[in-house]
Design a protein around this ligand. Structure first.
Ligand SMILES: CC(C)(COP(=O)(O)OP(=O)(O)OC[C@H]1O[C@@H](n2cnc3c(N)ncnc32)[C@H](O)[C@@H]1OP(=O)(O)O)[C@@H](O)C(=O)NCCC(=O)NCCS
Length: 219
């Protein structure tokens, strides 16, 4: 969470938020703005390589909320084959600027990412979030995500995470039931969502929020 108190937006001004997909042609401007937005919610910034890892390969799964020219919300995701040929979407980062929260912006961004994953034939969507991140957990559960695992001491700050899973097809549901159902994980599970290059550890698991870092930032 940002250490700075947010200046409330004037309530009499109706919000005109537009939504856009990440545009690789705008990289110099957009990547830096996305990075700043996300890093202001975490106590340490992620490496630029983590952002590039996601945006170079899955820019089509990154959506931004804009107030005019300003990026005020973002979701960063990927979609790739998981175990047994299951196509798993993964929500890596989600943040909305503090003054703009509570207006449904994150919900809209996540829905857009999920729709793009469905278009890419995803079987399921997964993510991790700190067990103390009530806002994120509520948001995802309202969208139909289920708690599939508890990952003990998952984050570098020592906090545990929930893995949340949204089954999109019946075999996705079956698949996760076969794995673990709401089990307590031993914390040694961080490797399997990390197919990525550049020698970056754990760039696949980012959704820390509130100072949790999902092991993605030390490169
Ligand atoms: C989590 C976060 C993205 C939510 O963004 P948002 O735009 O405010 O979310 P929405 O307005 O779409 O909220 C949807 C639902 O989430 C839940 N929610 C959102 N903020 C909440 C809060 N502070 N406390 C409890 N529930 C909350 C509510 O159920 C809400 O629906 P409701 O307002 O009808 O009750 C935002 O708080 C944020 O950027 N946090 C810091 C980064 C972070 O934690 N990211 C998630 C990492 S997994």
């Amino acid at each position: 969470m940002s250490a700075h108190a947010a200046t409330p937006l004037p309530s009499e001004v109706p919000l005109k938020i537009s939504y856009a997909r990440y545009d690789a042609a705008q990289e110099p401007k957009q990547l830096e703005a996305i990075r700043q937005l996300i890093s202001s919610d975490l106590s340490e910034p992620y490496s630029i390589y983590v952002y590039r890892y996601f945006l170079y390969q899955w820019g089509n799964l990154c959506y931004m909320a804009m107030d005019g020219e300003q990026i005020i919300g973002v979701v960063v995701s990927k979609l790739e084959e998981h175990r047994n040929g299951v196509m798993r979407g993964y929500i890596a980062m989600l943040a909305v600027k503090e003054q703009y929260r509570g207006k449904g912006i994150a919900t809209k961004l996540v829905q857009m990412a999920i729709d793009a994953m469905i278009f890419g034939d995803a079987d399921e969507v997964a993510l991790e979030t700190e067990i103390t991140n009530t806002a994120a957990i509520k948001l995802y559960e309202r969208l139909g995500f289920l708690r599939s695992k508890r990952l003990h001491r998952y984050y570098l700050n020592g906090n545990s995470a929930f893995r949340l899973l949204l089954p999109l097809k019946s075999q996705g549901l079956l698949h996760e039931h076969e794995e673990h159902e709401c089990g307590e994980d031993d914390g040694h599970d961080h490797g399997h969502d990390h197919g990525h290059g550049h020698g970056h550890d754990h760039a696949g698991e980012e959704c820390g929020g509130h100072g949790g870092h999902g092991h993605g930032h030390e490169h």
